[in-house]
Design a protein around this ligand. Sequence first.
Ligand SMILES: [Zn+2]
Length: 130
Amino acid sequence: MIIQTDNLVIHCVDYRIIEKLHTFCNNKFKKYDLLTIPGCSLKLKDDMYNYCKENIDTLIKLHNIKNIIIIEHENCLAYINYYKNITNTNEIIEKQDKNTNILLNKLKIDFPTLNYSNYYIKLDGNIISY
Ligand SMILES: [Zn+2]
């Protein structure tokens, strides 16, 4: 049996964004699966890439996933903790953009038929689409 979910949203665990992120996803995607990991692309781009890939493989089979949506967020503490020399929001955004692109490029090689999009959610709930 396959459940048609279509969308997999990959995001950080931060409680400050969860409710706003779900509101956005409910309005935008209706049905979606979630892959939640501290720091999102920061972790998934390299040391946890296989974990990410295996879960996408599974969700393609079980839920017929067609779209991958990566959502980074404002003031991610995983980034601040990892990059000790980061001092402002713009520097975090630069790192998040870079790491999201690394992850997207890897995924596009392993899953070339899927569609990809990425967003940035601010702590006030505003969403920036890329
Ligand atoms: Zn975070």
